[in-house]
Design a protein around this ligand. Sequence first.
Ligand SMILES: NC(=O)c1ccc[n+]([C@@H]2O[C@H](COP(=O)([O-])OP(=O)(O)OC[C@H]3O[C@@H](n4cnc5c(N)ncnc54)[C@H](O)[C@@H]3O)[C@@H](O)[C@H]2O)c1
Length: 267
Amino acid sequence: MGDRLKGKVAIITGAGTVLAGLGNGKATAIVFAREGARVMAVDYNLDAAEETRRVIDEEGGECITFKADVSRADECQSMIETCVKTFGRVDIVHNNVGIGQWGGPVETTEETWDKVMTVNVKSMFLTCKYVIPYMEKQGGGTIINIASVGAIRSTLPNIAYAASKAAVVGLTRDVAIQYAEKGIRVNVILPGLMKTPQAEYYNKDAWAGGDIDEMWRRRDSMVPMKRQGRGWDTANAALFLASDDSQYITGTTLIVDGGISNTMRSW
Ligand SMILES: NC(=O)c1ccc[n+]([C@@H]2O[C@H](COP(=O)([O-])OP(=O)(O)OC[C@H]3O[C@@H](n4cnc5c(N)ncnc54)[C@H](O)[C@@H]3O)[C@@H](O)[C@H]2O)c1
């Protein structure tokens, strides 16, 4: 156990995983708890959040769970209020929730477009909307948003996801600048190809006709480091942004991708 987040209270949205295994949100909740944060693990799948809590409990960390769909205003508001009521404060909001959907403009339905934008972007607007007044009263806080290298590089046709993640980068920049003087830091992480349950869940058909091992092999081979990232890689970047080690950093885009966004290889 470390103490880089000692005394801090952290909300992690999407702290469960969509399939068994280790995702970005779950790894971040575990790492924040290991570093002394009191964690609120939020998910609309409460069982998934409970699994994360089980791991944190076993390691001697402190975690509560909360069921919320963060694309809904009332549930976001109640998430922030419950955190403040339970712990007396909220220092870190880690906006991890995000969903994918393959398809270009012709294949993507209007409903899919609206859903991806609502879950991936509106949720981050809503958590900011409800947590910032508390952070202002406390004299500061940190918000970390999860986007994707899909915000800055083309992947397979993925129009709603790409647009939503680019929007997260813009949202981060604007909120960061507006609240810089108030001690509220806002940064965004762009993970690359990560070997997570979510990658399996959303991508297995688009990448290799449902052959999961072949999909992992192809993804590994495309990365300059020759391996996909793990949830821990995203979590360690988030730890830096959440901790006082990054106290002079706001509005930054931190790419965690084994170098892939620097290459000219096609996906
Ligand atoms: N895996 C990758 O290759 C990759 C790459 C780049 C970016 N990302 C981003 O990482 C983030 C997710 O990572 P993960 O591995 O933790 O994903 P995950 O899908 O395994 O876990 C996310 C959790 O979010 C929950 N969730 C989904 N919608 C929700 C909602 N509206 N309200 C509350 N909870 C909700 C799910 O139940 C799940 O437990 C996303 O923002 C994703 O776009 C992933």
